[in-house]
Design a protein around this ligand. Structure first.
Ligand code: 6GU
Length: 248
């Protein structure tokens, strides 16, 4: 069975969007995964197909009704009861590569895209909905976040990536950022490629790239570096001699 994505959204025309192109688009055409964008409005109430209402307790904006969202999830789950339901919201835990690996390893996903101020909390509890965010900034809706999450999962499906070496070497595979890349010409606008890369000494090149990865991670992403250093050797930090000036 192919990996299955069902997206619950007020804007189904946003899908597949960019996922209809490139690697993900090829895989979609090849049937490695399937995508069904379902209009939440179809579960709206009354003549106006209402999906939202004013928040209890007051405040700005509108909240999506639990009965409407529940009906949409029930519809999506009817022929695919085993798919986890994920709600994309800036209130969620931050998405990382481990989430992408976990979700890609399963049967697929039901993605709930919120608009307005959010979704009534009760339906998220009742349906055991996992809440994920793609970063610390605010989008006008969950749809771009759904596209991001799907891209991260789909590229991990067996048979999707062009060359499967690139999966192992890239950023985050071992908790480090990637080393910098260079190609021809060897000299461009007075800038030359690091000579080690032209040396043909594979072991030296690998060592240089490792150092570049570590330096970039330490300076650009101290949060990743701390997690990496901690995971690699738990007692590394207490065994490291501390220089008198505090440089380490
Ligand atoms: Cl998942 N949704 C919205 N609306 N904004 C976000 C987000 C999600 N992740 C980061 N910002």
């Amino acid at each position: 069975m192919s990996w299955r994505a069902v997206v619950l959204t007020l804007f189904p025309e946003m899908f597949p969007g960019p996922l209809g192109q490139s690697l993900a688009g090829r895989a979609l055409k090849d049937g490695i995964w399937s995508l069904q964008a379902h209009d939440l409005r179809e579960h709206g109430l009354g003549r106006h197909r209402t999906v939202d209402d004013t928040p209890f307790g007051g405040g700005a904006g509108m909240v999506m009704r639990p009965d409407v969202v529940d009906a949409a999830i029930a519809h999506a789950s009817a022929d695919a009861p085993d798919l986890p339901v994920v709600y994309l919201t800036p209130r969620g835990r931050r998405l990382d590569q481990a989430d992408a690996r976990r979700l890609a390893a399963g049967p697929g996903i039901v993605l709930l895209c919120g608009r307005y101020e959010g979704v009534d909390e009760r339906v998220l509890e009742a349906r055991q909905v996992e809440q994920l965010s793609i970063g610390d900034y605010v989008l006008s809706g969950g749809e771009p976040a759904a596209l991001v999450l799907l891209d991260a999962c789909v590229r991990l499906l067996p048979g999707v990536m062009g060359s499967d070496d690139s999966a192992g070497e890239e950023s985050f595979s071992d908790g480090l950022l990637e080393y910098p890349h260079y190609t021809k010409p060897a000299e461009w606008q007075g800038r030359s490629v690091p000579p080690i890369l032209l040396s043909g000494h594979h072991a030296s090149i690998a060592a240089w790239r490792r150092t570049q990865s570590e330096d970039a991670t330490r300076t650009r992403r101290p949060d990743l570096w701390a997690a990496h250093a901690g995971a690699a050797s738990p007692d590394h930090r207490i065994r490291l001699p501390v220089s008198p000036r505090g440089h380490n």
